[in-house]
Design a protein around this ligand. Structure first.
Ligand SMILES: *Cc1c(COP(=O)(O)O)cnc(C)c1O
Length: 500
């Protein structure tokens, strides 16, 4: 099975797609065809430990990688997670919460970003790439730290993370600017996430920048959720969760579960879509947005219109107006020509419109909804009051949307609610939602949250408090290339920890 660019006839192997990150024409690599699992094959996953489940799913999606090799990588990647399973299920009535935040950065990005460096190294070897791989990535908050953690001191790689200055939580920022590793770089951009992401995309197709990097023996790649090496490990946890629900009888043979996903860049829910297409018993996919509800409107009307105010919310990792991974879905339903036209229109006019037939195809599979900050905070309070379950704001957006859809009778299957962050990662807002008085300091907020709920503070949060700042660079949105080159030039000076 090969992967094809969503914007040209460029076709590559899975290993090449991972090394490149994004296609040279600016497109994303999408599978030409998807493998398929039978009910019994999925059910058998329930008897395996998580790394083995993941390896089995990944081997089908990444044919260049033998299953045994993937299993060894997955064992290393998921060893850094707390608890018995990296992706445990919590039962709350007829909802199962899939907790994906037990990794080193307390957000679901770890599920893929602990795995990606292994895939990247193996893929580089398979494609004969001998240059160092320079990872460039934009983050709305959580990707950044997860990439920095995953790649820190991985031989033959470096990682540069751009984040919107003032556009991430205090804890997210602290996590990033304290990152260790000789090969890690963190740069704040004066702009919002879309500026940072567009800037990174431009660098990937900027011949002068590519040339300058090549001159120092580096080839660019991406750890953003557009990288196939991010997407594939995410499909695995949907199979894992489905297998467990099938084994427990929560999903009977021939029946389905619906998934509800707090969505930003559309990577997580796209992985659920691939899992569905690969035979996982998934009915509806519920795309939940915060006040930046461009996707909700898109699924309801078939019109994607980014010409709107960018809103900062208490679920910052979903504050996105251009959901990059949607392009893979658009390519699948519309094909190359239509997708290219839609993407051109989005770039030129900020808007595109699906034809009726494509819109109907989407409506058959996707439900959607949005929750603003007030509804999100109410949902956090309500889940604690009624279920004694503490949710982070991203998860609460999805939970609030699910509640509305259930009231409207739109989802009747058992639901897998995807929980993407630990409440401790957003402790001040969670405390406020719960009516707990909090000082401004996020660490004091963690202690207050722990005192009020009894939920233990995760180790990475405890360690963060004392960690020294190591990264201080800030740049304008048109200076990102120069900033990277300046960082690379200085790389030898890192590690003194005297970051003023
Ligand atoms: C990244 C992120 C999301 C959004 O995921 P996408 O794959 O970008 O849609 C939701 N919640 C949290 C906590 C995140 O870090």
């Amino acid at each position: 099975m090969l992967y094809q660019s969503t914007r040209s006839k460029d076709r590559v192997t899975s290993a090449q797609a991972i090394v490149r990150g994004i296609a040279p024409d600016g497109g994303l690599y999408a599978p030409e065809a998807l493998p398929s699992f039978s009910w019994d094959e999925i059910l058998k996953l329930a008897d395996m430990p998580y790394p083995q489940r993941a390896a089995h799913v990944l081997a089908a999606l990444l044919p260049d990688f033998p299953e045994e090799e993937l299993r060894r990588s997955a064992e290393k990647a998921y060893a850094r997670f707390d608890g018995d399973s990296p992706a445990p299920l919590k039962k709350l009535g007829n909802t199962r919460v899939l907790e994906l935040f037990h990794g080193p950065t307390m957000a679901f990005k770890d599920m893929a970003l602990q795995m990606l460096p292994h895939l990247m190294r193996l893929a580089a070897r398979k494609t004969g790439e001998e240059r160092d791989i320079a990872i460039l990535t934009a983050t709305s908050g959580d990707t950044g730290k997860a990439a920095l953690e995953g790649f820190a001191d991985v031989e033959g790689t470096s990682v540069t993370v751009f984040y919107p200055l003032g556009g991430v939580s205090a804890i997210q920022e602290k996590q990033m600017v304290t990152s260790r590793g000789k090969n890690t770089h963190v740069i704040a951009v004066r702009g919002n996430f879309d500026d940072a992401q567009s800037g990174v995309k431009k660098l990937f197709t900027d011949p002068e920048f590519i040339e300058a990097m090549a001159a120092s023996g580096k080839v660019l790649s991406s750890a953003n959720s557009i990288n196939l090496g991010r997407l594939a490990p995410q499909a695995a946890y949907y199979f894992s969760a489905a297998a467990q629900m099938m084994r427990e009888g929560a999903v009977g043979r021939g029946k389905e579960l619906d998934v509800c996903v707090p969505t930003g860049n559309f990577g997580n829910i796209l992985a659920a879509w691939y899992a569905k297409r690969m035979g996982a018993p998934i009915g509806k996919l519920i795309c939940a947005s915060n006040a930046n509800d461009v996707l909700t409107e898109f699924f309801l009307t078939g019109v994607y219109d980014r010409r709107r105010e960018f809103k900062k919310t208490i679920s910052p990792s979903m504050d996105i107006l251009i959901s990059s991974n949607l392009e893979r879905l658009l390519f699948e339903i519309g094909g190359l020509e239509k997708n290219t036209a839609w993407m051109d229109a989005l770039k030129k006019d900020g808007v595109f419109r699906l034809d009726r037939s494509e819109h109907e195809q989407l409506r058959a599979h996707f439900l959607c909804g949005s929750a603003d900050d007030r509804e999100t905070a109410e949902e956090i309070a309500r889940m604690w009051r009624e279920e004694r379950y503490v949710m982070d704001p991203h998860t609460a957006v999805a939970s609030a949307v699910l509640r509305k859809l259930r009231t409207e009778g739109k989802t009747k299957n058992p639901v897998l609610l995807v929980s993407t962050a630990s409440p401790y990662k957003f402790a001040p807002d969670v405390c406020t939602a719960l009516g707990i008085d909090v000082p401004d300091d996020p660490f004091a907020a963690s202690e207050a949250l722990c005192a009020a709920t009894g939920l233990p503070i995760p180790a990475p949060m405890r360690e963060l408090r004392e960690a020294p700042v190591r990264h201080t660079r800030v740049c304008g949105k048109d200076e990102m290339g120069q900033a990277v080159l300046a960082e690379m030039g200085q790389a030898g000076d890192k590690g003194t920890g005297n970051g003023q």
